[in-house]
Design a protein. Structure first.
Ligand code: 2BA
Length: 111
């Protein structure tokens, strides 16, 4: 059994969730934030059998796109007091960051 943790861009999350659930997977969607861009993204938890790993990764590949973002670094402190805005840095985000972990099992605790 595996636990797939997929960090995806918010724009891709809806279609990916639909694809995964339509293929019979149970998914938990968590709103998250990237530490670098400090922008909202989505983390999906998907517990699956080992043989489902490749099809799940295929769904993620098919629905998560690479996008270019520009980040403005903080301006350096100018000694003369003049302001020189630094050039934005280009950053490629996605398709997705995926962690595949071995899972011991799933317990559904019913009271
Ligand atoms: P962020 O941390 O906001 O990172 C967004 C994008 O910025 C990253 O895209 C990467 O291209 C770039 N980036 C991140 N840290 C950087 C750095 N120190 N210097 C230069 N560029 C940097 P992705 O690699 O596609 O990552 C997308 C999101 O996936 C990340 O958002 C974060 O939420 C998550 N993530 C990526 N790698 C991770 C890891 N090793 N552990 C936990 N979460 C991770």
């Amino acid at each position: 059994m595996k636990l797939v943790i997929a960090v995806v861009q918010r724009q891709d999350a809806g279609e990916l969730l639909e694809a995964l659930t339509s293929h019979g997977h149970r998914v938990t969607r968590i709103s998250s934030e990237g530490g670098f861009l400090r922008e909202g993204n989505v983390t999906l938890l998907i517990a699956i059998q080992d043989h489902e790993t490749d099809p799940v990764l295929k769904d993620i590949r098919e629905h998560c796109y690479t996008r270019t973002r520009y980040v403005s670094p903080l301006p350096p402190v100018a000694e003369s007091g003049e302001f020189y805005p630094p050039a934005p840095i280009e950053v490629q985000v996605g398709g997705a960051t995926v962690f595949v972990l071995k899972a011991a099992g799933i317990e559904r605790l019913l009271a």
